[in-house]
Ligand binder design. Structure first.
Ligand SMILES: *[C@@H]1O[C@H](CO)[C@@H](O)[C@H](O)[C@H]1NC(C)=O
Ligand SMILES: *[C@@H]1O[C@H](CO)[C@@H](O)[C@H](O)[C@H]1NC(C)=O
Ligand SMILES: *[C@@H]1O[C@H](CO)[C@@H](O)[C@H](O)[C@H]1NC(C)=O
Length: 438
């Protein structure tokens, strides 16, 4: 009797222990496994990763962790895996095989030299693969065949060796439907092909020994013209959570060329961009946030923000702006926030356009509009300055021509605005609108 009880108790304890063990493993807490396999230091590095859910997708953020491996114990329902700025050198076969739900994989700014042929096996849902800023010289097309859904591939800033081995990859990148794969990647060698873009190079040039005669092709493309412009590949791009082009403090003198069109946020703060030229952002139609703070900006072309229909936030703080040219803000239909502080706003007639625009777009939140000159208005709120100007300048003193202009415009609205702004502004504003509509 006693003996039987003892046996049953022992069995039950055993069962309990086992199920606890199971649960621990199932919860993805792989302490034991990690300790056995990778040692204590690496385990703690892996455990430092943050996982969180955003918009229903599970993120695993293991950036800046000095990792040299991908850890098998990471949650296998991860959808976005962020591994930027680690020390990974090799991606071995089947590294990601248990992460079946993965849609994006950010491996930029590692030290990757080798990607084995089956490294990405199992990633049937992956759409975005970021490999820029690594040490890749070659990559076989087969590596990417495991990725049927791949739509974005970034591989620039790798020392591509444009020889025979790269032939199949280059041909694949050049298929017209693959337009978001491999943009801006350039050959690092051989010398005669240095600087050529993988997307544009003639594949025959990679394997000259196979070709009959290509001597006329060996003259390098004129890359010098493109070299003068800073290129967006000097910046870092991040796809998740929102596509961001991070060009913060890159010593840029101009807005870089080739901004990827799908970028939602651009941080250009802390550079030396003195001027914004015409149509500077016209290709980046989905842009929501543009940060140009701390740049010494003193001039913005009237059409610099053309096309930025969806921009919500514009930071122009800490620059040298004195006023906005007429029309500068007209494309920003959905802007919600303007950060304007720490600029030497000059309170004279030119500043009226900005105030006029803000009055028309009263839901826009803005800050930092303080007169810096002339001395008599220094320290005033710009709005207050404009109010006194209007007080001194009653309507009947202004040229009568504006009335005609208004009458010719069937769509002239906001009659109540007549009192808020001096008429010349209204007149010119209407003219601008007519030109833009036609
Ligand atoms: C390539 O062209 C050069 C002259 O343009 C000729 O001398 C040479 O024989 C050609 N090579 C081959 C393999 O046809
Ligand atoms: C723009 O960049 C500066 C400096 O990096 C930062 O302090 C500021 O918060 C940024 N502005 C916005 C709107 O994110
Ligand atoms: C303003 O910009 C200058 C460079 O143009 C920079 O040195 C300074 O730190 C910036 N100030 C702030 C508050 O960001």
């Amino acid at each position: 009797m006693d003996l039987r009880m003892q046996v049953i108790t022992a069995l039950m304890i055993l069962l309990l222990l086992q199920s606890a063990e199971c649960r621990r493993a199932r919860n993805g807490i792989t302490r034991n496994r990690a300790r056995g396999k990778w040692g204590t230091a690496k385990r703690s590095a892996a455990n430092d990763c943050k996982d969180y859910v955003e918009a229903g997708d599970k993120f695993l953020d293991c950036q800046d962790k000095h990792l040299t491996h991908v850890f098998p114990g990471w949650p296998d329902d991860t959808v976005h895996m962020l591994l930027a700025r680690n020390k990974i050198r090799i991606l071995r076969d089947n590294t990601f095989v248990q992460f079946e739900k993965l849609k994006s994989l950010d491996l930029q700014q590692n030290d990757i030299r080798v990607i084995e042929e089956h490294a990405f096996s199992g990633l049937n849902k992956l759409t975005t693969l970021l490999l820029q800023h690594n040490q890749l010289q070659v990559l076989k097309e087969q590596v990417l065949i495991a990725l049927p859904q791949l739509r974005y591939l970034r591989i620039y800033d790798n020392p591509w060796s444009c020889k025979c081995e790269l032939d199949s990859l280059v041909r694949m990148l050049q298929v017209p439907s693959n337009r978001n794969l491999g943009n801006y990647a350039q050959c690092a060698e051989p010398a005669n092909l240095k600087g050529r873009y993988l997307k544009k190079i003639k594949p025959e040039l990679l394997c000259p020994e196979l070709e009959v005669n290509i001597t006329d092709e060996q003259i390098p493309e004129p890359v010098s013209a493109a070299k003068k412009e800073p290129d967006s590949t000097t910046c870092h791009t991040y796809m998740f959570p929102k596509p961001l082009l991070d060009c913060h403090s890159r010593d840029l003198k101009n807005v870089p060329a080739n901004i990827p069109p799908d970028v939602a946020r651009i941080d250009l703060s802390g550079n030396s961009i003195k001027q914004l030229r015409a149509m500077e952002f016209v290709a980046v139609k989905d842009l929501k946030m543009l940060n140009l703070s701390s740049n010494n900006l003193d001039y913005i072309d009237t059409t610099a923000f053309s096309g930025l229909l969806y921009l919500r936030e514009l930071d122009l703080s800490n620059n040298s702006l004195q006023y906005f040219q007429y029309g500068v803000l007209e494309d920003l239909y959905f802007v919600q926030k303007l950060v304007l502080g720490n600029n030497p706003w000059k309170c004279d007639y030119n500043i009226h356009y900005l105030i006029y625009w803000l009055q028309h777009h009263y839901s826009v939140e803005y800050s930092g509009l303080i007169c810096s000159s002339p001395v008599e208005f220094k320290g005033w709120l710009v709005e207050d300055y404009v109010k006194t100007y209007n007080g001194d300048c009653p309507k009947d003193k202004l040229p009568g021509q504006t009335d005609n202009l208004q009458e010719t415009n069937a769509d002239a609205d906001d009659e109540e605005e007549t009192d808020i702004q001096p008429s010349p502004i209204r007149g010119r504003e209407r003219t601008i609108k007519i030109i833009r509509l036609s």
